[in-house]
Design a protein around this ligand. Structure first.
Ligand SMILES: Cc1cc2nc3c(=O)[nH]c(=O)nc-3n(C[C@H](O)[C@H](O)[C@H](O)COP(=O)(O)OP(=O)(O)OC[C@H]3O[C@@H](n4cnc5c(N)ncnc54)[C@H](O)[C@@H]3O)c2cc1C
Length: 460
């Protein structure tokens, strides 16, 4: 006998779950949501938001330095890590309260508990209570994954712990080449730590355009981040002053903190999926159709647990579309094409659409436009850094199918370029748009000379 009956039970109050719960409730559904940790999920509590706050903090270092070229004399700045963490925690608590208030306003019942499936219509809470639900949404997100068990793994932290360190490490070794790894490398470097990045592949940011990877690699090295590729961490040993880290080629690196950002895995364990018949897809996430429906008719899944595109706006869109489909009477598939995204590294990266390699593999003819330049602000600052921009154009239709930016505000720029790319703008549309001068973004509409042009027939 169930303790409650609802129309929708949502497991996980993160980006996707909260949006789905709120929109389903606004369509008139009785909704209950379970959260085992903190309302807001990864993005708000230990992902995008606190990360961006730390990125802002790290960037002040350059601002203080660069101000001198513009005539300012600034007393030698000092940095206090505990003050930053306390202020960040206060902001995260404020946001968590705002998310909770939103759920209350929409009359979504919140249970602070772990939840799992007992059968296709019954959710079981940690205390043993049962809830019957017509529809169940799994929005449990993903968690850091450390990879192979190596000696000393217990000393290694993930991004989760990085947000709560008591003190700033003097030397940090980060393993990984993902966006999270390079973002934290930039954060700790900016705040004054000595950073070593160890990555098993040829270059950081696998899956991004090769020019972007190379440009960012060079810029990070210029900032004295030591990047070691084609190596992995073989063992971590606690020694008197920190950790002795042994790499796969036997090189030793000393560090005060070791962090792995080696990937994330969907939170599917302990949910009772097997027993209910919810299938897992090839990428290790819950398999779903275009409407986020799983292999069981009344069970849906959105966000990182489905391992489609693991970004907050995507999880939110999937949660919203699910609620409109099931409770709003409007079947709404989610379009996962041309999702713009940013890496808040130093310098920042913004990308949308195809990389050059993807375009070459898919299209008969590809035109490439690219430019690298010193942003104007860096001239008086005397800072030796360059921005990079690249347009990937379908050589037949002349549509811009990819845009890749490395440089200040790349994340903000790519949001706007993303609209043009999504609308199918051509290179001629970019050219016809008047430049905004003097800006870095004007380069996007003033690239006239093809860097390369590739025709599949010619290449074969
Ligand atoms: C360090 C870091 C930085 C990031 N930066 C960005 C960024 O800049 N931009 C961006 O778009 N994305 C970023 N992301 C990714 C983004 O955070 C995720 O894509 C997004 O949070 C996914 O939302 P979700 O709803 O699928 O899952 P989540 O937000 O992870 O929410 C899942 C929730 O379910 C809860 N839960 C899990 N299992 C259970 C259970 N059995 N019972 C009850 N509750 C459960 C969890 O505690 C969690 O609160 C970042 C991630 C990390 C880790």
């Amino acid at each position: 006998m169930a303790d409650h009956h609802v129309d929708l039970f949502v497991i996980g109050a993160g980006s996707g779950g909260v949006r789905a719960a709120r929109v389903a409730a606004s369509h008139g559904a009785r909704v209950m949501i379970a959260e085992e940790y903190r309302v807001g999920g990864t993005c708000v509590i230990r992902g995008c938001v606190p990360k961006k706050l730390l990125v802002y903090a790290a960037r002040f270092a350059d601002e203080f330095e660069d101000a001198a070229g513009y005539g300012w004399s600034v007393a030698k700045p000092t940095f206090h890590w505990p003050a930053l963490i306390a202020n960040k925690d206060r902001e995260i608590a404020r946001l968590e309260a705002a998310y909770t208030a939103t759920l209350e306003r929409y009359k979504v019942a919140l249970v602070k508990s772990r939840a799992g499936l007992e059968d296709a219509h019954t959710v079981r809470l940690a205390g043993g209570e049962r809830v019957r639900a017509k529809t169940i949404l799994i929005a449990t997100g993903a968690a850091p994954y450390h990879g192979a068990r190596i000696a000393g793994l217990e000393h290694v932290i993930s991004s989760n712990e990085a947000f709560h360190l008591r003190e700033l490490p003097r030397r940090i070794l980060i393993q990984g080449g993902s966006y999270i790894a390079v973002e934290f490398a930039g954060i700790f470097n900016g705040l004054g730590s000595e950073v070593t990045l160890v990555y098993r592949g040829d270059n950081i940011l696998r899956g991004f355009d090769d020019d972007v990877r190379e440009h960012l690699h060079g810029e990070m090295q210029r900032r004295r981040i030591k990047i070691i590729t084609r190596q992995t961490v073989a063992a971590v040993e606690k020694v008197e002053h920190g950790y002795d880290v042994e790499l796969s080629d036997n090189e030793q690196v000393m560090a005060d903190l070791v962090m792995f950002a080696t990937g994330r895995k969907p939170n599917i364990h302990g949910l009772g999926l097997d027993a209910v018949g919810v299938k897992i897809g090839e990428t290790g996430g819950i398999a779903v159709d275009a409407y986020s429906k799983t292999s069981v008719d009344n069970i849906y899944a959105v966000g990182d647990v489905t391992n489609r595109i693991n970004l907050t706006p995507v999880a939110i869109r999937e949660g919203h579309a699910f609620a409109d489909t099931v409770f709003g009477g409007v079947p709404t598939p989610v379009d996962h094409a041309n999702v713009p995204t940013a890496v808040f590294s130093e310098p920042e990266v913004g990308v949308v659409g195809l990389t050059e390699a993807q375009a070459r593999a898919r299209l008969a003819k590809v035109d490439i436009y690219k430019t690298s330049f010193r942003p104007m602000k860096m001239t008086l600052a005397g800072r030796d850094t360059r921005a990079f921009m690249k347009l990937v154009v379908d050589g037949i239709t002349q549509r811009v199918v990819g845009c890749h930016i490395v440089g200040p505000d790349a994340g903000d720029l790519i949001q706007v370029v993303g609209i043009a790319v999504k609308m199918g703008a051509t290179k001629a549309d970019f050219d016809a748009t008047m430049a905004v001068h003097p800006t870095a973004a004007e380069e996007l509409v003033t690239m006239r000379d093809k860097a390369t042009s590739y025709t599949r027939a010619a290449a074969e």
